[in-house]
Design a protein around this ligand. Structure first.
Ligand code: MCN
Ligand code: CUM
Length: 786
C-alpha cells in the first residue's frame, strides 16, 4: 500500500496503521470467522432470576432433539471437578450453576449442536425448576443485617462481605482534618457501566485426542495468562495448550478474565471430540461479561479558607457482583484506587474500601479503567469542584494553586505512589490557553444574564500505568513482566514477537516503529507477531495500558541487544575494533571515516554468512529479553469541556472539548490521538448516557443497546487536542502508556461542566449519568435516579 501523504517514518512519527490494510478490506480474522472441519456450536441456557435455588434440571427433551450432540449441566461439570473455577481475585465462580443462580442471565446449561440454531432451539426444551430467593440488587443493602447470603457455597459464610482494604495514613489524615479551616463532604457514585466493544466474547476450542493438544481461539487480552490458568485448573500439561487470540474487535478490559463460555467450549470439545464454537450475542455480552465501576464513594476534602487543599479521605463501598471476578494485582483488591490524591500536593490522605457481593454479574475492572484509576480520578476531580463551589473559587484557579510543581518530581504521594515525571501547571495552562478560558468565563456570565446556562468543566488526572514491577505486582502469582523476541533475517527483514496483544490499539504498527527507531529498519519490513502462545514469549498481556510501558520497553531493549550483536559483526566486516564504530540510525561507521560504513541489512546478511567472527560470537543477530519495569509510568492530562444545558428539558450539548495529554514520548502521534478520541467519547458516554441499571428484583434494565446507550458522533464535538511531552525517566524510550488516559480523565470534565452550568441554580453535585431526566431533576433540586 502506498500512502504518499503519509510516508512510513524510519522510527517514531505519524504513520497509517499497518493492520488497517486488512481491516478496511474486510479481511480481519476474528474468533467468529474461525471455521474448523466438523465444528459444532454451543449456546447457554441462562437464568431468568437474579437469585434462585435450582430444584431440578431436565435435559432429556433437549438431548433428544436431532442435531444436539451434548447437553452439559453443572452436575456434569461436578463429575469433572469443573463446576467452579478460580477467578483472578482468588475467589471462585460457577462455570455452570449447580446449587443456585446468583445473577440474572447466569449460565445454567450448555448445549452443543450441529449448528447455532439447533443449539438455541434445544435451550427452549430444557426444563429448570427454580425456587426464587430474596435478591440483593443494591450494594448498600448487601451488608444490612438479615440480607440474604449470596455466597452460601462458601463454608461458614454468613454475610456478603468480600474484603476491607485501606491505604494512606488514617491517623495523620484525621489530625489534618481536625485542624483544617474548611471541610467539605460529598457522596459520589460512579455507576455500573459496561465497556461494550463491537465484538462480543467468544471461543473456538479444538481438542485433538490423538496428540492431546488443545487449541483455543478466544477473545482474550491475555493469552499466556489464560493458558497457565487452563493448565492449572484443568490439569492439562501447559505445553499441550495453545491459546490463539486472533484479531480482536475491542477489549477495553472486558476480555481480561476467563468466562464460563471459554471453559464450556473446551469441555464441549473434549466431550464430543469435535471443535466447538461459542459466541455470545449482544444481550449476553451486556448482562454476563465484566462490568465496570459500581463504586459508591464518600469523599471528604480538607482545606484552608483561601483554597490550599490539605487532605482527602474516602470511604468506598465496592459492588463486585456475585463472584469476585475482578482482575488486578493481587496486593491491591481495590486496584489502583489509592491513587485518588490525583495531581495535587496534599499533606495527608487515606481511604477505606469495602467490597461486597450482590446479585449482579461479576467483573469490576473493565472499560479503560487503569485498575480503578477512573474511579479515583473522578472522585478527586469532583471533590475539587465541590470545594471550589463552597469556597466560591474558580475551579481552574483552585487547581493551579494545588497542582504538584515540576520540581517536586519524582514525587511520593501520601498513599505511597512514586510519580516519575510531570509538569502539571504547563499542561493545564496550555488547555486554558487553547480554550481561551477568561473569554469563555465572560461569555458564560453574559449568557447567564440572558437566562442561558453554559458550563465549563475542568479535570486534571494522573494515571499510573505499566504494571509490574514484578516484585510488587502479580496476578494469581504470575509476576507482571513481559518478554520480547526479535529475529533479523539474512536480508534484513525482521520479526518481533510479543506477549501483549492488540485489540485495536495498533500494535502491529507502533511496535514495528520502536524497532525501526532503534535499528533503522523500515516499519514496513518488520512484522509483529502476537496473540499466539505457541509463537510468542510469555507475558501477562494487554490491560492497564501496560503494553507500551512494559512491552514497549522490552522491544527497545531487545532491539538494542540486536544492535550490540550487529556492532560485533560490523567490526569484523570493517576490520576495526567494535569501540571504533559509531551508530547512526540504520548503520555502523568507522569513527572519523563515515564512508567506511555497513548498513544493518548488510550486517544482517554477514551475520548469517561465512564471515569469520571473533571467538565466542555465534553469528545471527536474533535476541530475546524479559522486561521487569522498575516503576509504573505516570501519564497525565488537563481536560476542559464546554457545555450548553437547558434546565427546562435537561438537554446537554457538549460544545467543545479540549484535551491536553502528556504520555511522554509519542511513538505514533496519530495512534495516540486516536486513542484519546476514543476515550473522550467514552467519557461522554459515561457522563451523560450510560448506566447498567437493575430493578429491585435484580432484573437487568440495560440489556440491549436500545437501553444501554453508546455515544455516537452526534453526541461528540470535534475534539481539540494539545500535547506536552515529559518523558518517563525510567523507560528506555521515555514513553508512558496512553490507552486509557482519556477514559480516565474525561468523565469528570463533562460532569463538572454540566454542574458548572447548574451552579446558579444551587446545584453542587449530581451523579452520573447526567441524562436529560437526571439533569432536569437536579435542576429542580430533586434526587436523581441511578
Ligand atoms: N502509544 C504511542 N506512544 C505512547 C503511548 C502509546 O504511540 N507514548 C501507542 C501504543 O504503541 C499503542 C497505543 O498507543 O499502539 C496504546 O498504547 P498503550 O497506552 O501502551 O496501551 P495498550 O496498548 O496496553 O492498550 C491497552 C489500553 C487499555 S487497557 C484499554 S482498556 C483500551 C485501550 O488500550 N482498549 C482498547 N485502547 C483501546 N483501543 C482500541 N481500539 N480497542 C481497545 O479495546
Ligand atoms: Cu481496566 S480496562 Mo484495560 O485495563 O484492559
Amino acid at each position: 500500500m502506498t500512502v504518499t501523504e503519509n510516508p512510513t517514518p524510519m522510527g517514531f512519527g505519524r504513520m497509517h496503521r499497518k493492520e488497517d490494510a486488512r481491516f478496511v478490506r474486510g479481511r480481519g480474522n476474528y474468533v467468529d470467522d474461525i471455521q474448523l472441519p466438523g465444528m459444532l456450536h454451543g449456546s447457554f441456557l441462562r437464568s431468568p432470576y437474579a437469585h434462585a435455588k435450582i430444584v431440578s434440571i431436565d435435559t432429556s427433551a433437549a438431548e433428544a432433539l436431532p442435531g444436539v450432540k451434548a447437553v452439559i449441566t453443572g452436575k456434569v461439570l461436578e463429575t469433572l471437578n469443573l463446576a467452579w473455577m478460580p477467578t483472578l481475585s482468588y475467589d471462585t465462580q460457577a462455570v455452570l450453576a449447580t446449587d443456585k443462580v446468583r445473577f440474572q442471565n447466569q449460565e445454567v446449561a450448555f448445549v452443543v449442536a450441529e449448528n447455532h440454531y439447533i443449539a438455541r432451539d434445544a435451550l427452549e426444551l430444557i426444563e429448570v425448576e427454580y425456587e426464587p430467593l430474596p435478591v440483593v440488587a443494591d450494594a448498600k443493602q448487601a451488608l444490612a443485617p438479615g440480607a440474604p447470603v449470596i455466597r452460601d457455597d462458601k463454608e461458614g459464610k454468613t454475610d456478603n462481605h468480600i474484603f476491607d482494604w485501606s491505604a494512606g495514613d488514617a491517623e495523620k489524615t484525621e489530625r489534618v482534618f481536625a485542624e483544617s479551616e474548611v471541610v467539605v463532604a460529598e457522596d459520589v457514585l460512579y455507576p455500573r457501566v459496561h465497556p461494550s466493544p463491537l465484538e462480543t466474547c467468544g471461543a473456538v476450542a479444538d481438542f485433538d485426542k490423538v496428540t492431546g493438544k488443545l487449541t483455543i481461539y478466544s477473545t482474550t487480552q491475555a493469552p499466556h495468562a489464560h493458558r497457565t490458568v487452563y493448565a492449572l485448573v484443568a490439569g492439562l500439561p501447559e505445553h499441550k495448550i495453545r491459546v490463539i487470540s486472533p484479531d480482536i474487535g475491542g477489549g477495553f478490559g472486558g476480555k481480561v478474565g476467563i468466562y464460563p463460555g471459554y471453559v464450556l467450549a473446551i469441555v464441549g470439545s473434549i466431550v464430543t471430540g469435535k471443535p466447538v464454537k461459542w459466541m455470545e450475542d449482544r444481550n449476553e455480552h451486556l448482562t454476563a461479561t465484566a462490568f465496570a465501576r459500581d463504586y459508591h464513594m464518600r469523599g471528604e476534602i480538607a482545606a484552608t479558607k483561601d483554597g490550599k487543599i490539605r487532605a482527602l479521605r474516602v470511604k468506598v463501598l465496592a459492588d463486585h457482583g456475585a463472584f469476585n471476578g475482578t482482575a488486578q494485582p493481587t496486593k491491591f483488591p481495590a486496584g489502583f484506587f489509592h491513587i485518588f490524591t490525583g495531581s495535587y500536593d496534599l499533606e495527608a490522605a487515606s481511604c477505606d474500601v469495602t467490597g461486597v457481593y450482590t446479585n449482579k454479574a461479576p467483573g469490576g475492572v473493565a472499560y479503560a479503567c487503569s485498575f480503578r484509576i477512573t474511579e479515583a480520578a473522578y472522585l478527586v476531580e469532583r471533590m475539587i469542584d465541590v470545594l471550589a463551589y463552597e469556597l466560591k473559587m474558580d475551579p481552574a484557579e483552585l487547581r493551579l494553586k494545588n497542582l504538584l510543581k515540576p520540581e517536586q518530581f519524582p514525587y511520593t504521594t501520601p498513599t505511597g505512589w512514586e510519580y516519575d515525571s510531570g509538569d502539571y501547571p504547563r499542561a493545564l495552562k496550555l488547555a486554558m490557553d487553547m480554550v481561551e478560558y477568561d473569554k469563555l468565563r465572560a461569555e458564560q456570565a453574559e449568557k447567564l444574564s440572558r437566562g442561558e446556562y453554559m458550563g465549563i468543566g475542568i479535570s486534571f488526572f494522573t494515571e499510573g500505568v505499566g504494571a509490574g514491577p514484578r516484585k510488587h505486582m502479580d496476578i494469581l502469582g504470575l509476576g507482571m513482566a513481559d518478554g520480547a523476541e526479535l529475529r533479523v533475517h539474512p536480508t534484513g527483514k525482521a520479526v518481533l514477537r510479543l506477549s501483549v496483544q492488540t485489540q485495536g490499539q495498533g500494535h502491529e504498527t507502533t511496535f514495528a516503529q520502536i524497532v525501526a527507531e532503534e535499528l533503522g529498519i523500515s516499519p514496513d519490513d518488520i512484522d509483529v507477531v502476537h496473540g499466539d502462545t505457541d509463537q510468542t514469549p510469555f507475558g501477562l498481556g494487554t490491560y492497564g495500558s501496560r503494553s507500551t510501558p512494559v512491552s514497549g520497553a522490552a522491544t527497545a531493549i531487545v532491539a538494542r541487544k540486536v544492535r550490540d550483536r550487529a556492532r560485533i559483526v560490523a567490526s569484523a566486516m570493517l576490520e576495526v575494533s567494535p569501540d571504533d564504530l559509531e551508530w547512526e540510525k540504520g548503520k555502523f561507521f568507522v569513527k572519523g571515516d563515515p564512508d567506511q560504513a555497513k548498513t544493518i541489512q548488510e550486517i544482517a546478511m554477514a551475520a548469517h554468512s561465512s564471515l569469520e567472527l571473533p571467538e565466542g560470537v555465534e553469528g545471527h543477530l536474533d535476541a530475546t529479553t524479559v522486561y521487569n519495569p522498575p516503576n509504573l509510568t505516570y501519564p497525565f492530562g488537563a481536560y476542559i469541556c464546554v457545555v450548553d444545558v437547558d434546565p427546562a428539558t435537561g438537554q446537554v450539548k457538549v460544545r467543545r472539548f479540549i484535551a491536553v495529554d502528556d504520555c511522554g514520548v509519542r511513538i505514533n502521534p496519530m495512534i495516540v490521538e486516536g486513542q484519546v478520541h476514543g476515550g473522550l467519547a467514552d467519557g461522554i458516554g459515561m457522563a451523560l448516557m450510560q448506566l447498567m441499571a437493575f430493578d429491585e428484583d435484580g432484573n437487568h434494565l440495560g440489556a440491549s443497546l436500545m437501553d444501554y446507550l453508546l455515544p455516537t458522533s452526534l453526541e461528540c464535538p470535534s475534539w481539540e487536542l494539545g500535547e506536552t511531552v515529559t518523558p518517563s525517566p525510567h523507560h528506555p524510550i521515555g514513553a508512558k502508556g496512553v490507552g486509557e488516559s482519556a477514559t480516565v480523565g474525561s468523565p469528570a470534565a463533562v460532569v463538572n461542566a454540566v454542574l458548572d452550568a447548574l451552579k446558579p441554580l444551587g446545584v453542587r453535585h449530581a451523579d452520573m449519568p447526567l441524562t436529560p431526566s437526571n439533569v432536569w431533576r437536579a435542576a429542580q433540586g430533586r434526587p436523581i435516579r441511578t
